[in-house]
Design a protein around this ligand. Structure first.
Ligand code: NAD
Length: 419
């Protein structure tokens, strides 16, 4: 009996759906029923517009591909402004419990409340659920305006560590008593040189945190039959954090995936068929390489800060964040989300581009193993863009093209579903 079957959490204000079943786990593998219950956080601002459109397209694609045999049972859970109304809380425990229990969830953007002690609801969700890998697939859709000559060469998946590095939130303001104590310790007991009055930020990176991230990246490379996993680091300068990330990454590949991987340094010619090449690149050089040798790269694994920079740079190369999907993974958990914010000035106008959330939904379907529906959505979205039936953001970039509404864009994608 699995953990889920044993413990169905009781909620304070939610009811478990009566239709549909829970996704289960067998080791690392998901066991997906034909009617999985998927918690959904609609999100604030434009979340309402793009979630409505996204659910319509996903439901239509699943119906078209599986003829009614499969169906998603959406389960609305609350976060952000909607949670404030219902629970007088930004992130109620019901929401965490539902995502933990049902394992795979879809999320719209959330407003970061001003005050109230939150850094951000998104960061809190990731921390509480220990979603340690931020994953961003970046590929080009023909017809999307791009600043580079050959955007179609981009097809990478970025695995960014989500819990450590300078993002751990261990920071002390210049001249604060805490900063003075840390400086005093480092200068007087460790012999470090630090200018008085410096602000202090701590960069912790662990073997555990690195290896669990690189493990997910290599597993994905093997599953998707990708050519390589590149460890992106700044280990030439920060030897014991970024350099250790590189060393632990290679060590993990050797120890856990020895027969399926080969280090680039050990290659004497082309990689043996079926083996994933593990290599590493210094972060600054990687920013050049992804522009100049784009199609040499496939899966990229990196610490938090490098990942933050590089994922947006890669998205820009294929036309921006509007069509960039994302997910946050923990052990047995996946939270799929739009990568942009709530764009409050466009809320409830049926105007914005649902592409990022829709592609995150397509990524979610792929994660469930419903590959046909995932491919159908991507193909229909691509076709719709080629027909220049697009929302205002893309219409503006394409020049003399009238913009259509979010809901009309969704309808056009549904019309273009193959099969
Ligand atoms: P934003 O991404 O919400 O909007 C910036 C601009 O980008 C918008 O004004 C709009 O011009 C454009 N834009 C964004 N999404 C678009 C879409 N789908 N289609 C067309 N155009 C789009 O960023 P912001 O204004 O800095 O942040 C607004 C709020 O969103 C803040 O409260 C912030 O904390 C939050 N936020 C949430 C997330 C998240 O939930 N993951 C991410 C970023 C920001």
């Amino acid at each position: 009996m699995t953990e889920t079957q044993m413990e169905k959490p009781s909620f304070t204000k939610l009811e478990h759906p009566t239709n549909g079943q829970c996704i289960e786990l067998d080791g690392d593998a998901l066991i997906v029923p034909d009617r999985p219950i998927i918690p959904v956080i609609e999100g604030d601002g434009i979340g309402r517009d793009i979630m409505r459109a996204t659910r319509r397209v996903i439901d239509a694609a699943v119906k078209k591909c599986y003829g009614g045999k499969r169906q998603i049972e959406w389960f609305d859970v609350f976060a952000g402004e909607a949670a404030q109304e219902t629970y007088q809380e930004w992130l109620p425990e019901d929401t965490f419990a539902a995502i933990r229990h049902y394992r795979v969830a879809l999320k719209g953007p959330l407003t970061t409340p001003v005050g109230g002690g939150f850094r951000s609801l998104n960061v809190t969700l990731r921390q509480v659920l220990d979603l340690y890998a931020c994953v961003r697939p970046v590929r080009y859709f023909p017809g999307v305006p791009s600043p580079v000559r050959e955007p179609e060469k981009m097809n990478v998946v970025i695995y960014r560590e989500n819990t450590e590095d300078v993002y751990a939130g261990i920071e002390y303001a210049a001249n604060s008593p805490e900063a003075k104590r840390v400086i005093d310790f480092l200068v007087n007991q460790m012999g470090a040189k630090i200018r008085d009055g410096s602000g202090i930020g701590i960069k912790p990176m662990s073997e555990f945190g690195t290896k669990r991230l690189v493990r997910l990246a290599i597993q994905a490379a093997l599953r998707q039959k990708r050519a390589s996993v590149t460890l992106v680091h700044k280990g030439n300068i920060m030897k014991f954090t970024e350099g250790a990330f590189r060393d632990w990454g290679y060590e993990l590949a050797r120890e856990e995936f020895g027969k399926d991987t080969v280090a680039e340094a050990d290659l004497k010619g082309p990689a043996p068929a079926g083996k994933v090449v593990i290599n590493d690149r210094i972060a600054d050089s990687m920013f050049q390489q992804i522009l100049t040798r784009t199609d040499d790269y496939s899966i990229l694994a990196m610490p938090n800060l490098n990942g933050d920079y590089l994922s947006d740079a890669c998205a820009a190369q294929v036309g921006g964040l509007g069509l960039a999907p994302g997910a946050n993974f923990g052990d047995g958990l996946g939270l799929f989300e739009a990568t942009h914010g709530t764009a409050p000035k466009y809320a409830d106008q049926d105007k914005v581009n649902p592409g990022s959330l829709l592609l995150s939904g397509s990524f979610m379907l792929e994660h469930l193993g419903w590959v046909e529906a995932s491919r159908a959505i991507e193909s229909a979205l691509g076709e719709t863009i080629l027909q220049k039936r697009v929302t205002y953001d893309l219409a503006r970039l394409l020049g003399d093209v009238p913009a259509i509404k979010t809901s009309e864009f969704a309808t056009a994608i549904i019309e273009n579903l193959p099969g």
